[in-house]
Design a binder for this molecule. Structure first.
Ligand code: ZN
Length: 202
């Protein structure tokens, strides 16, 4: 399975990192060893002193597809979940300054915690509230109405370059409020009022 992520998909977040709002989705990927399943704790990597949480809605592909038209994209996923795109911000800054890929800063072991999935059947995909609490306090809150690129646009765009397969995951971008995590922090992610993801930083 593949894990894709979209960078800078909420303009308030793009701004907080000093990035321009992109013309096309910014796509990168993580290896499957980045996944952290429910019940597993996150261990801070030794090579960073500034690991940031990025809470993101995640769609799970349920049908093989290539060159998918935007108007048919909805047929390629039926469930949505919540994940964290952990980012070693200090390492990413060094790599960006040299014009190098983000892979090391974004794709390391455990950098993609993933929670439960729910059916999209009764959801208005253009109005989903989601967010992250750190030690019981809100640190990130977003709504899909603020996405620069919709789920359908993202699926269509990615599938022009990569064949999508059953089980592939797409992290669809983080709203503003990213920030560092420390040992002992308890993170809990929500879609509307439902707790979808929780783990501790070790
Ligand atoms: Zn992200």
């Amino acid at each position: 399975m593949k894990i894709f992520c979209i960078g800078r998909n909420y303009s308030e977040h793009a701004k907080e990192l000093g990035n321009a709002v992109p013309e096309n989705p910014v796509v990168f990927s993580k290896p499957d060893t980045a996944l952290l399943r429910a019940g597993e704790d996150f261990y801070l990597p030794h090579f960073s002193n500034d690991v940031h949480h990025e809470i993101e809605l995640v769609i799970k592909i349920n049908k093989v597809g290539k060159n998918i038209q935007e108007k048919f994209a909805r047929n390629y996923f039926s469930e949505i979940g919540l994940g964290v795109d952990f980012t070693a911000r200090d390492l990413q800054a060094q790599l960006k300054a040299k014009g190098l890929p983000w892979e090391l800063a974004k794709g390391f072991d455990g950098s993609a915690p993933i929670g439960n999935f729910i059916s999209i059947e009764n959801l208005d995909l253009s109005n989903i509230n989601f967010g992250l609490k750190k030690n019981q306090e809100w640190v990130q809150q977003g709504n899909t109405r603020d996405m620069i690129f919709s789920f359908d646009k993202i699926i269509s765009f990615i599938s022009q370059y990569f064949t999508l397969k059953v089980g592939d995951l797409i992290y669809t971008g983080t709203p503003a409020g990213v920030g560092p995590v420390a040992i002992g922090d308890k993170l809990e992610g929500f879609i509307e009022d439902a707790s979808m993801l929780s783990f501790e930083v070790k």
